[in-house]
Design a protein around this ligand. Structure first.
Ligand code: ADP
Ligand code: MG
Length: 169
């Protein structure tokens, strides 16, 4: 299947038809990760954020279960490099300072955060920012995925992604 890519030097955008394509996008992303990245996943409930994380972990060779950390707030996967997967949804109005987030951000590993807007004031600006949008509000349909970056390392990563993204998975 062919998947059109829209790109500029500031963002890359792709229309992802179904769940399996979202997994493949995650696997593609994973091949460019070195282990020090921060990835923010934005998009409403059911947009496909955790599905994308599943793809990233599959791409890193992790064979265990990848679940939503919405109740535990965080899952750690002992992939190579390790992944720290946060979901701040249930922190709304709560306190992020107890979470020890700084400890993870300083460690070797990939930090992925769903609902970063909820913890925005505690989070670094430099990151890969992935926005997942429903098309016409329909949960069974394609998603528009837009990837942006902030800070030199993540901008370099976005450039690599943009240059290599397959238009058919
Ligand atoms: P979130 O973490 O954003 O709340 P999930 O990844 O847990 O979302 O759930 C997304 C749901 O939407 C899954 O049940 C998945 O099967 C479904 N889905 C339907 N179409 C797509 C698509 N194009 N991309 C991703 N998920 C899709
Ligand atoms: Mg989720």
């Amino acid at each position: 299947m062919s998947i059109t890519v829209y790109r500029s030097d500031k963002w890359m955008q792709q229309c992802i038809p179904g769940e399996e394509d979202m997994i493949r996008l995650g696997m593609f992303l994973a091949t460019f990760l070195k282990g020090e990245e921060i990835i923010y996943l934005r998009g409403e409930l059911g947009a496909g954020k955790t599905t994308l994380v599943r793809g990233i972990l599959r791409g890193l060779g992790f064979t265990g279960r990848v679940t939503s950390p919405s109740f535990t707030l965080m899952n750690v996967y002992d992939s190579q490099p390790p992944v720290y997967h946060f979901d701040f949804y249930r922190l709304e109005g709560g306190d992020l300072t107890d979470l020890g987030l700084e400890d993870y951000l300083g460690k070797k590993g990939i930090t992925i955060i769903e609902w970063p807007e909820i913890g925005a004031s505690h989070l670094p600006q430099d990151a890969l920012i992935i926005n997942i949008e429903l098309v016409e509000g329909d949960y069974d349909r394609e998603r528009m995925v837009t990837i942006q970056a902030s800070g030199p390392e993540h901008i370099k990563l976005l450039e690599e992604l943009t240059q290599n993204v397959p238009t058919g998975y």
